[in-house]
Design a protein around this ligand. Sequence first.
Ligand SMILES: CC[C@@H](C(=O)O)C(=O)SCCNC(=O)CCNC(=O)[C@H](O)C(C)(C)COP(=O)(O)OP(=O)(O)OC[C@H]1O[C@@H](n2cnc3c(N)ncnc32)[C@H](O)[C@@H]1OP(=O)(O)O
Length: 253
Amino acid sequence: MVYRFEKWGSGAVFTIDRPEKRNAINDEVMDALSDAIKAAGDDESLRYFVITGEGRSAFCSGGDLSEFHKLRTEEDAAPMLGKMADILLRLALLPVPVIALVDGHAVGGGCEIATACDFRIVREDVRCGFIQGTLAITTGWGGATHLLHKTGRQDTALRMLMEATPKRAPELLEAGWATELYTGDKFAALSRFTEPMERVHPSVHRAYKQAAVRRYIAGGLPERVREEVSACAKLWAADVHHEAVDRFLNKKK
Ligand SMILES: CC[C@@H](C(=O)O)C(=O)SCCNC(=O)CCNC(=O)[C@H](O)C(C)(C)COP(=O)(O)OP(=O)(O)OC[C@H]1O[C@@H](n2cnc3c(N)ncnc32)[C@H](O)[C@@H]1OP(=O)(O)O
C-alpha cells in the first residue's frame, strides 16, 4: 500500500506512504487520493481533510520521475499532468477546510499539492519550493495558478516560481505561503491548529469555505489550471527537460 486514509477525530488524514521515494506521486497514489477526495466530499460529518507524507524526510517530492520519465512527448505528458491537476482542483474545492501537514521537504509537485490546500502547517526546519524550473518545465499540476490566486503579492509568488529554489520555512512564512510553523510532533501541531476551530460549528466552516470556492470559480481557476497543464506539457517534450531528469535519476549511479 502506498498510502493510508484514516479518520483523525472529526477529520480525515490522507498519508502518502512511499518514504523510500520521498513520497513521490505515482498513478496508484493519484487514484487513491482521488478516491479519498470523493469520500470526503460525500461525508457530511467530516470537519477537515488533511494531507501529509510518511516519515520526516519529505512531505512529497513531486511526480515520480522514474515512472513519468517514460512519458516523452507533449501528447504523452498532458493526460498525466491533467489527471493530477484535476485531483488538486477537487482538493481545493472540497467543502471543508483542507490542511497540508508539511513534516518534511515539499518540492516540485509536492509544493503544488500543499499550495492547493487552504492551510499549510509547516515544520520549521524543512524547505519547500517549485523546483520544476531546474528540470526545464513549469508547474504542471496547477500549482502556479493556485499560488497566484492565494498569496497576496504577485512579485513574491512569481519569484518563488522563477527562482525554482526551495525556501526555508521562516521565509515561507514571511512570503505568506506557510500558514504557521511548528517544532516537534506533527499531530500535536495539527491539534493546536484545529483546536480553536473545533469551538465553531462545522456549518460555519462549510459556509466560509463556500465563499472561498466562489472566489476560485469567479477567478476562473479551472480554466487557468487547464492552460497551465498545456504549457507544461509543451515544455515536457523538450530534450533539455529529459536531460535534466536523466541527471537527477542517475546522480548516484
Ligand atoms: C511530474 C510533475 C511535476 C510537476 O508538475 O510538478 C513534478 O513534480 S517534477 C518532479 C520534481 N521533483 C524532483 O525533481 C525530485 C526532487 N527530489 C529531491 O529534491 C530530493 O529527493 C528531496 C525531496 C529533497 C529529498 O532529498 P534526500 O532526502 O537527500 O533524498 P534523495 O534525493 O537521496 O532521494 C531518496 C530516493 O528517493 C528518490 N526520489 C526522490 N524524489 C523522487 C522523485 N520525485 N521521483 C522519483 N524518485 C525520487 C531518489 O531518486 C532516491 O532513490 P534511490 O537513489 O533509489 O534511493
